[in-house]
Design a binder for this molecule. Sequence first.
Ligand SMILES: Cc1cc2nc3c(=O)[nH]c(=O)nc-3n(C[C@H](O)[C@H](O)[C@H](O)COP(=O)(O)O)c2cc1C
Length: 221
Amino acid sequence: MKKLLYIPVNSKPENMSTSKTVGREFVNRFIARNPDYSVEELDLYNEYIPEINHRIFNGRGEPVTGQQYNSLSEEDKKAVDRINFLCEQFLSADTYVIAAPMWSSSFPSILKRYVDCVIINNKVIKVTPGDATGLLGNKERSMVYIQSSGGVYPKLFGGKFNHGVDYFHDIFKFLGVDNFEKILVEGVDKPNIGKDEAIKRAIEDVNYVVDKLSSDALIRI
Ligand SMILES: Cc1cc2nc3c(=O)[nH]c(=O)nc-3n(C[C@H](O)[C@H](O)[C@H](O)COP(=O)(O)O)c2cc1C
């Protein structure tokens, strides 16, 4: 069974959040088209995502082990155990779906905290002197970034402020994930668009992306 890891990033309940509403539509439609998939959900605001500190990490992105682990406080041990769990969960996925609002041109900080927890050296990346390589190219993976924003991008500011989309495109490509897709729920706070219309428009993209990523439709170049 393949795995879709669904990561909603919003403290709001689903019916109040446009990013979560579109995220759920995506997951439901994707699963209906891909019966060989199961879904694992990690709702970041309802889960323990540790804050990294110097006691629990060795050098570049490696949680401590052995004697160093044994001498940690109970709280720090809990953080290391959780980071190892999150990293293994991340590695086990075939398709990632992140649904987040645009905050200050990027995304809520808890999502960055999660990224720092899972990009672990020798598991997700390999750091060598002067270089680093992503290790996720060992199987076909896809990443779907669903972003809801009050404004409309890239029309505003020539698209220069869409840092969330750019960040997840770049980092997942670097990690070795072949397929990157974005779904934008735009203009949610604009009087001439608003929530319902923004969701309606985004659902068209949901259908397009589900179609593109579904096993019966995926065309490899
Ligand atoms: C802290 C904060 C920062 C925001 N920053 C931006 C922004 O930079 N650009 C933008 O277009 N909208 C911004 N917004 C508006 C949200 O992106 C918008 O309301 C979005 O639809 C919220 O998603 P949700 O419906 O899933 O909560 C911001 C909202 C908050 C609360």
